[in-house]
Design a protein around this ligand. Structure first.
Ligand code: AMP
Ligand code: GLY
Length: 418
């Protein structure tokens, strides 16, 4: 079987790596990939003029395509693949609106009584500002559409909230920002719940938690994610039961009722509040960096799980997990998530791997003589341990071997859960 992974981040490297470990997989391709994904086990594909990824999938005899970034899904890549009778793992364009529009997702949650923050939607700046003044803070201001993880502001003062509203309507996020959702602030601990879903069944993967803020102790600006660990101790058996009952099953029921063609993965960002789990957002794809930690613990064959999901046979599939914990620490370029310098030589990856960690590549580039940093999030160093504490100790042994000019990382990944 040949597999194509679409995307270029650490998440895609983890997916491609997991596939490449399977005896049932002949060849793994990644498009566009990055400097470190492509190598002996994972190949690149080239698109000829005007060729779409679906055309290329035919041409390269791809049996299964897996999409990393939401943009492809929201643009309808699944619809095109399915029209061409190609197997692809993910929701179709309509179902992808669960991530593509915060208001679409909010109305869906309200229709199926999935617990979430109360919210209003605005299409003009002055009504949104009036609402902020009347409602007061804290409040969360969200650009409705895809904004590359930059569209959400948790505002603790009216001034911050109004600034965020103005930012959206100024065109900072293009069309994605001309509708603004303002929702109540929820307090608690966050967890990421990823679940496979087909037309009949929803089955969760192991729990995880990521760290969105740039600096230790959850300070500084939001990022794409600075690290993750799995399992998340905050999701104990009782919490799993509540999440299944109040989020996962109603989600499946909603997809069935609305005849959404959802055969892929759903990622629910959950806030565990004092009154129970509430959904902050849906993503219609794997999380990054949660995937690195979660897949590092998966014993079962991922490709088989996906093919069975596409064939609506998820009910027959059982995921098996290692008992160990996994931790992923993301190494970023100095200055990220703002402007950062690129092109510095990266040292120490092999030394880190000798310590026993797995290094997933994100923003790396293969120069003629060396590997350099070419993006904000550069590497995801991932390790396992018999306890979360052991995994943390292991992962930082690996992290310490790696360096480049300006490299930065958080030193407290998973330590809050210890
Ligand atoms: P989202 O993309 O909607 O998940 O928002 C990104 C991050 O903003 C979340 O992971 C939370 O940390 C935070 N956030 C979003 N919505 C809320 C909310 N209603 N209350 C508190 N924090 C929130
Ligand atoms: N780690 C957050 C995300 O993938 O959206």
């Amino acid at each position: 079987m040949n597999i194509l992974v679409v995307g270029s981040g650490g998440r895609e490297h983890a997916l491609a790596w997991k596939f490449s470990e399977s005896p049932n997989v002949d060849k793994v391709y990644c498009y566009p990939g990055n400097g470190g994904i492509l190598g002996s086990d994972i190949s690149s594909i080239e698109l000829k003029n005007e060729e779409t990824l679906a055309d290329a999938a035919i041409h390269y005899n791809i049996d299964l395509t897996v999409i990393g970034p939401e943009k492809y899904l929201c643009d309808g890549i699944v619809d095109e693949f399915r029209e061409k009778k190609l197997k692809i793992f993910g929701p179709d364009k309509k179902a992808a609106q669960l991530e593509g529009s915060k208001w679409f997702a909010k109305e869906f949650m309200n229709r199926y009584a999935i617990p979430t923050a109360k919210a209003e939607v605005f299409t003009d700046e002055s009504s949104a500002i009036d609402y902020v003044k009347k409602h007061g803070t804290p409040v969360v201001v969200k650009a409705d559409g895809l904004a590359a993880g930059k569209g959400v502001t948790v505002a603790f003062t009216n001034q911050e909230a109004i600034k965020a509203v103005r930012h959206c309507f100024s065109g900072a996020f293009g069309d994605a920002g001309y509708e603004v959702v303002i929702e109540d602030y929820l307090d608690g601990e966050e967890a990421s719940i990823l679940a496979f879903v087909d037309h009949d069944t929803i089955k969760p993967l192991a729990s995880s938690q990521d760290h969105k803020r740039l600096n230790d102790n959850d300070k500084g600006p939001n990022t794409g994610g600075m690290g993750a660990y799995s399992p998340a101790p905050v999701v104990d058996d009782e919490m799993w039961r509540r999440i299944d009952e109040s989020v996962l099953q109603p989600f499946l029921h909603g997809c069935q009722t609305e005849k959404l063609d959802y055969r892929g993965i759903i990622y629910a960002g959950i806030m565990i509040t004092s009154t129970g789990p509430k959904v902050l957002e849906f993503n219609v794809r794997f999380g990054d960096p949660e995937t690195q930690a979660v897949l590092y613990r998966l014993k079962s064959d991922l490709a088989q799980a996906m093919l069975m999901t596409i064939d609506n046979k998820l009910v027959e599939y059982e995921f098996e997990w290692e008992d160990q914990s996994a931790v992923c620490v993301v190494l970023v370029s100095g200055g990220y998530p703002g402007n950062y310098e690129k092109g510095h030589q990266i040292f120490g990856i092999e030394d880190a791997e000798q310590v026993g960690v797995k290094v997933f590549h994100a923003g790396t580039r293969q120069e003629s003589e060396y590997l350099s940093n070419s993006g904000g999030r550069v590497l995801g160093v991932t390790a396992k341990g018999n306890s979360l504490k052991d995994a943390v100790d292991e992962v930082y042994k690996g992290v310490e071997k790696i360096t480049w000019t300006g490299m930065y990382y958080r030193k407290d990944i998973a330590t809050g859960a210890l």
